[in-house]
Design a binder for this molecule. Sequence first.
Ligand code: FAD
Ligand code: NAP
Length: 324
Amino acid sequence: MATHTTRMLIIGSGPAGLSAAIYGARAGLRPIVVQGLQPGGQLTITTDVENYPGFRDVIQGPWLMEEMQAQAEHVGTRMLWDTITSVDLSGPPFRAVGDSGDIYEGETLVIATGAQARWLGVPGEQDLSGKGVSACATCDGFFYRGKKVVVIGGGNTAVEEALYLTNHSPDVTLIHRRDSLRAEKILQDRLFAHPNITVVWNKQVDSFLNDEATGALRAVALTDTQTGETSEIATEGAFVAIGHAPATELFKGALELDKSGYIVVEPGTPKTAIPGVFACGDVMDHTYRQAVTAAGTGCMAALDAERFLAEREFLTEHQTQAAQ
Ligand code: FAD
Ligand code: NAP
């Protein structure tokens, strides 16, 4: 079992963690990135990415993340394959223990563990992911332009996704399992007023059905929660919007989390309440949840970590001089 020490320890290797690594490495901090179970993060489970700036043509999510990792390594990042199982934030140094038994110590800690969309867990959902089933309208809505789409859920996310999808689709159906929405009233008002949105109440999704010829989504199968009656809605695009789960289990009790489990940061910054510990990307952002915003806050975390170290060194130098 080894102990790895660094000036900047980064947990997570999605766009947030790797962007922090690129900036940290270029500042000479020799960052370590502990990659976790999903090296490259959420974009590695998608195909076409059309909204990451810098690419005129459609790029592939896994390719983008390979490039980001290569760039981070090229400027001096150490990538380690391990999953953190516990942390001690009483430092600096901040300590993390990996599944391998290895110990990681950072003078600063950047948390970039991301979030995962919640899925319904019904037949067809996984098989048709990327072939009609998605959990991100901003990412994939464009691919269904002109087509009929459905959104599943009744919270703010589902309503926002339905409203967003009207930019592309003339026929959006929101499917909710109850007879009232959880979303804020202002969003509900916009939803009900929209001529291209229909709400289907009291229906649970039983499965996603494929078109045998194309292998893509053709319909969602439903059961009425009141009458037990079954039905189908034909659609080529289904957006599951039943919430996200931020990967913050490790930090419960050590950092402040909001009611949905996201890490609370000082507004407009990646600073947590513990000096030297920063959070970036989807783990602290339930609003935007995009690769480019994750990369942006990753950059901010690295810049703030660098400033934190510089200020500490300055103070230590002054204390030493004063003592002489
Ligand atoms: P993530 O990408 O979630 O990465 C989290 C990282 O943390 C992973 O590497 C994971 O292994 C690691 N980790 C977690 N726990 C631990 C642990 N205990 N120890 C060590 N490591 C850990 N956004 C767009 O901008 N455009 C798109 O087209 C787009 N398409 C998408 C398609 C899909 C199917 C999905 C799911 C998302 C899509 N997104 C898209 C959203 C985008 O992927 C996320 O906003 C972005 O990946 C968030 O980056 P992140 O670095 O914060 O976290
Ligand atoms: P949410 O508020 O937890 O709502 C999840 C919705 O999905 C609920 O309507 C729930 O139904 C439904 N659902 C959950 N599991 C389901 C299942 N297995 N089958 C069918 N439906 C299921 O999640 P969210 O909408 O993602 O919002 C999360 C947090 O982020 C909230 O605090 C929200 O306010 C916030 N947010 C804010 C904004 C904004 O301010 N603009 C935007 C997005 C999110 P029930 O209602 O029956 O439980």
